[in-house]
Design a binder for this molecule. Structure first.
Ligand code: PLP
Length: 390
């Protein structure tokens, strides 16, 4: 059978993860070598130096390219290194349009590092395609979006963005960390670049830092490979091994975590101390219809909500949960809770944060693989304690 006739979860286990021909080992060995012998001076083999290529990294990249329906993938040392790699395709004077609802670290990268290279950036609510159209300029070379967005889980129409980007001669890059290729495959919807923080769902166990870019065009792949090799932010072999290991259970984890998240979102929506719940699976979520179209079989495992009360009430809540650990990051088997205004989005200017609707009392959950009953009880007791002022 050709790889693409196999189901996603089968490909996640087999593609790129062939038996080692030298030993018969079922799991490909981890190649820690930094350099590789050449048969003759100047005669390059498949691998020569680990920054340029490494067998363990190549195995992971083969799996990722397949799962995201791309021609090639590049594994980076972190998600931000991957995003930075994509921005390095641009030249001084070029303009980037980015979603307003993006990861705090991406905001910082665009506004405080890319500006030094002469790039200008506009933040736009990309769930509003008319606003996006107005933000595009003749020198816009990259449109960068997240769907679901962070931390408000806004939904952006990826196919609609691809049409706008391409009509303006720009590339569309999608940070698909929250959706994972289980739920959404942006390249199939017209995106040029998919980016992941592999630190999150791809790795899935809070034990590695990594990132990835996947593309569907060979010449774009070659340009990005050149950038990565020239700048050096590659994922290390051990992290590549851990990430390949994580990918084998990606579909099972994401489907189960999404189911639990949907149940918790429903519970929170019915709780009298909860003012608002942000979850694309809820019918009253502004992006629900688009999410149903572009996400398959679940709406993800991230849920945000606001309690009645102020910043201090929310702070008490995030400090009172027992199973939900108080930490940034997301996407792993253990559930996490955080307060974006004080944690993940603290690098935003306060005014920008307010303008984009990230309230001080907002709480964000990353729902893990624990039993739904246990997680619901944990939230119940923490909400009671927080509202009670304990
Ligand atoms: C964590 C994250 C990143 C950054 O990835 P790192 O691996 O931490 O560098 C980018 N985008 C999203 C949506 C993230 O959650």
């Amino acid at each position: 059978m050709k790889p693409n006739e196999l189901k996603f979860r089968t490909r996640a286990i087999h593609v790129g993860q062939e038996t080692d021909p030298a030993t018969g080992a079922v799991i490909p060995p981890v190649h820690l070598a930094s350099t590789f012998v050449q048969a003759k001076a100047g005669e390059w083999g498949r691998f020569d130096y680990t920054r340029s290529g490494n067998p363990t990294r190549a195995a992971l990249e083969a799996t990722l390219a397949n799962l995201e329906s791309g021609v090639g993938a590049l594994a980076f040392s972190s998600g931000l290194a991957a995003t930075h790699g994509a921005t390095m395709l641009l030249n001084s004077g070029d303009h980037i349009v980015a979603g307003a609802d993006i990861y705090g670290g991406t905001y910082r990268l665009l506004h405080k590092i890319c500006n030094r290279a002469g790039l200008t950036v506009s933040l736009t609510p990309t769930h509003d395609l008319a606003a996006l159209e107005r933000a595009m300029r003749p020198n816009t070379k990259l449109l960068w979006i997240e769907s679901p967005g962070n931390p408000l889980l806004s939904i952006t129409d990826i196919a609609g963005c691809a049409e706008i980007a391409h009509r303006h001669g720009a590339l569309l890059g999608v940070d698909s960390t929250f959706a994972t290729p289980v739920l959404t495959r942006p390249l199939e919807l017209g995106a040029d670049i998919v980016m992941h923080s592999a630190t999150k769902y791809l790795g899935g166990h809070s034990d590695l830092l990594g990132g990835a870019l996947v593309v569907r065009d060979r010449s774009l792949f070659d340009q990005l490979y050149f950038v990565q090799n020239a700048t050096g932010a590659v994922m290390a072999p051990w992290e590549c091994f851990l990430c390949s290991r994580g990918l084998k259970t990606l579909e099972l984890r994401v489907r189960e975590q999404s189911k639990t998240a949907a149940a918790l979102a429903g519970f929170l929506a019915g709780h009298k101390q909860v003012r608002q719940v942000y979850y694309p699976g809820l019918k009253d979520h502004a992006g629900h219809d688009i999410a149903r179209r572009q996400m398959s079989g679940g709406f993800g495992a991230m849920v945000s909500f606001e309690l009645e009360g102020d910043m201090q009430t929310a702070k008490r809540l995030v400090e009172r949960t027992r199973l939900f650990r108080l930490a940034v990051s997301l996407g792993a088997v253990e559930s996490l809770i955080e307060q974006p205004a004080l944690m993940s989005h603290a690098s935003y200017d306060a005014a920008d944060r307010q303008a984009h609707g990230i309230r001080d009392s907002l709480v964000r959950l990353s729902v893990g693989l624990e039993a739904v009953e246990d997680l619901q009880h944990d939230l119940e007791q923490a909400i009671d304690a927080a509202v009670g002022g304990e």
